[in-house]
Design a protein around this ligand. Structure first.
Ligand code: PRP
Length: 208
């Protein structure tokens, strides 16, 4: 079926004031996901691999990644809510809103994330899951923004290291939108800045 450019969501976004440049194109992402899948395949032969996906952003990465791992494996999902500070960064105050369906005791667990930023969310998850007696536990993240890192964590599998850009696409959202874009884009800063300014104004009103 031919695509109608008038109805092309991605094209329209690009023409609008929302998306900036592509940081990782769909083909670059797919290639890196394949490499990670091969690495994991080699490392987990004869292990009892369970991938734990942190909803919601991680789900796109997970579904591509598991199809590149040539082993028997299991998946399970967790949903958490993180209390966010004024500038929308994580505070490390985490609540589990959907727990795993099954026990991880004796399993070789891999936590799959779309992005690790301060590291506070993942360090909470690590503490929580380690207390359930897995055989091993590792982290796989598509994006690693280590310049904002607060928690001291060891990430075994990283797709790409990134800087301080605001990104959307391939699972990453802005106000819950744009997760379905196939590539990862920068979002235009003036739009984000307007939002941060309005959050600051609101919190100043509350603080006073
Ligand atoms: C993102 C990401 C991690 C967390 C990382 O989730 O998926 O869970 O932030 O941040 P941190 O390292 O600073 O703790 P987000 O809260 O955006 O939810 P989402 O996955 O539903 O988009």
């Amino acid at each position: 079926m031919e695509e109608n450019p008038e109805n092309n969501f991605q094209e329209n976004l690009l023409k609008s004031n929302i998306l900036g440049k592509i940081l990782f194109s769909s083909s670059v992402i797919q290639e890196r996901v394949s490499e990670l899948g091969n690495e994991i395949t080699n490392d987990y032969i004869n292990k009892d691999l369970l991938l734990v996906c942190v909803l919601r952003g991680g789900v796109i990465f997970l579904t591509d990644l598991i199809r590149k791992i040539d082993l028997e494996l299991n998946v399970d999902f967790m949903s958490i809510s993180t209390y966010q500070g004024i500038n929308k960064t994580s505070t490390g105050v985490v609540k589990i809103t959907k727990d795993l369906e099954e026990s991880i005791e004796g399993k070789d667990v891999m936590i799959v994330e779309d992005i690790i930023d301060t590291g506070l969310t993942i360090s909470y998850l690590l503490r929580n899951l380690k207390a359930r007696y897995p055989n091993s536990i590792e982290i796989c993240t598509l994006l690693d923004r280590n310049i904002r890192r607060i928690a001291d964590i060891n990430i075994k599998y990283v797709g790409f290291k990134i800087g301080d850009e605001y990104l959307v696409g391939y699972g990453l959202d802005y106000r819950q939108k744009y997760r379905n874009l196939k590539s990862i884009y920068e979002i235009k800063l003036d739009m984000v800045k307007k939002d941060i300014d309005s959050i600051k104004t609101t919190s100043t009103i509350f603080e006073n």
